[in-house]
Ligand binder design. Structure first.
Ligand code: ARG
Length: 465
């Protein structure tokens, strides 16, 4: 088949090379954006008198028919046509004849592919933020349902201080909130219109870039044609944001996996979100959470791949840059399906109040509160730390829990201990005493939940805002 760029060639392309260089296998995903962008371009070509109104109308009609063919799944893809841009242009010429060949006036595939990718990423950012909001909603619901449940808080995976499980869950809400903010920032850098850059140097035709930007809903326009076709920073930003998001999701999943293990039993994951073992009949595995944790790897991989692809590329377009797509598409699919499946999974979690209660009673995590008690009585903190350390060592030797020590025993460790001291062995008291902004007291968590709800609403339905 005669290539659209075949004029200067005396030989057909080697079959292997056709296959090797083609991107149609994956950039067919840009079909909608490509057609929408081409329609705007054709409208602009008519408005500026570069082609006639009739020609433009004919081109647009042809493009609309092609869009229908693609949507209905009857459009034919052929490796020799290389990429989605060539496919659509070739089909247009097939359909409407020579006039179709006027569409590519004042345009290059270099600014065309950049336009498609900007449009694609804008759309997917909005979808992603919406999905983040859904998971945030699930976290709010689970936190509210179990607001007063106390669990051990951990450092080094050792019991540290008691916290409300709602506080622990809302920590993830906050991380997701920053993820959403980062994607929303990313949107600004995707919202710059590259068309008009041509191959690299701009065009000698009197095009109207502002008009195209307006038609396609772009806030800004690239100021430098070489920059417009060269950079992929907005994609790298997306991949980086996606990596941070996955890092957060994978930590959350790790907590859920631990909490649902027989060793913890803090939560019960819903049967609908777990799977069984082919050999061990008793097993109920938290596969979804594990897979989210696992998929984090491929998202990091795509970020590293594109950073490496872009490194040291001379200006402007280089074919290397075609490699930006698969990792990006895979990342979009990966983060979106993780967010999508996690929301209902989180919402269906049952917290096991008996087990969490037992865990906080059986540990020594009231130790800080006891030390603070001594400090409030006038003892320097370092000294108090030492006294309570000795008390814990004594309990361990005696095989006692903190809640089992008597007033008399306490007194033997320090004169400062009086009646009120035993109260601090009650985890509720410890939790509720942390009543500063950002602390784990139920008053603070309740207050934050109100703020969280409005943040969550802000991230919902951005498209219509
Ligand atoms: N398929 C190409 C890509 O994805 C489109 C741009 C091709 N431009 C070129 N000069 N070969 O990057």
């Amino acid at each position: 088949m005669m290539k659209l760029w075949g004029g200067r060639f005396r030989k057909d392309t080697n079959k292997m090379v056709e296959d090797f260089t083609a991107s149609i296998y994956f950039d067919c995903r840009l079909a909608e954006e490509d057609i929408t962008g081409s329609i705007a371009h054709a409208q602009m070509l008519a408005k500026t008198g570069i082609i006639t109104r009739e020609e433009s109308a004919e081109i647009i009609r042809g493009l609309q028919e092609i869009r229908r063919e693609i949507r209905e799944g009857v459009f034919e893809y052929r490796v020799e046509l290389e990429d989605i841009h060539m496919h659509i242009e070739k089909r247009l010429i097939e359909k409407i004849g020579a006039t179709g060949g006027k569409l590519h006036t004042a345009r290059s595939r270099n600014d065309q592919v950049a336009l498609d990718m900007h449009m694609y990423v804008k759309k997917e950012i909005i979808e992603t933020v919406d999905l983040i909001a859904r998971l945030q909603g699930a976290l709010i619901a689970l936190a509210e349902k179990n607001l007063e449940v106390i669990i051990p808080g951990y450092t080094h995976l050792q019991r540290a201080q008691p916290v409300l499980i709602s506080h622990h869950l809302m920590a993830y809400f906050c991380m997701l909130e920053r993820d959403a903010q980062r994607f929303r920032e990313n949107y600004k850098r995707a919202d710059i219109m590259p068309l008009g850059a041509g191959a690299l140097a701009g065009t000698s035709f009197p095009i109207d870039r502002e008009y195209v930007a307006e038609l396609l809903g772009f806030e800004n326009i690239y100021d430098n044609s070489m920059d417009a076709v060269s950079d992929r920073d907005y994609l790298l930003e997306f991949l980086s944001n996606a990596s941070l998001l996955m890092m957060h999701l994978s930590r959350f999943c790790e907590d859920l996996i631990l909490w649902s293990s027989s060793e913890f039993q803090f939560i019960e994951m819903d049967d609908a979100f777990c799977t069984g073992s082919s050999i061990m009949p008793q097993k109920k595995n938290p596969d979804v959470a594990e897979l989210v944790r696992g998929k984090t790897g491929r998202v990091y991989g795509s970020l590293l791949a594109l950073l490496t692809i872009m490194k040291s590329l001379p200006l402007t377009y280089n074919k290397d840059m075609q490699e930006d797509k698969e990792g990006l598409f895979d990342t979009v699919d990966t983060i979106q399906c993780c967010l999508e499946v996690m929301a209902p999974m989180v919402e269906s979690i049952q917290v096991n109040g008996e087990k969490t209660r037992k865990a906080v009673e059986e540990d020594y995590s009231a130790a800080t509160d006891l030390a603070d008690y001594l400090v409030k009585k006038g003892m320097p903190f370092r000294e108090a730390h030492e006294v309570i350390g000795k008390l814990v060592a004594y309990c361990l030797e005696q095989g006692k829990l903190l809640k089992e020590v008597s007033q008399k025993e306490l007194k033997s460790f320090s004169e400062f201990f009086d009646e009120g001291a035993l109260l601090w062995l009650n985890p509720e008291k410890g939790v509720d005493s942390r009543n500063i902004r950002g602390g784990t007291s139920s008053e603070q968590v309740r207050r934050f939940l109100q703020k969280a709800k409005s943040q969550q609403r802000e991230n919902t339905g951005l498209l219509t805002k």
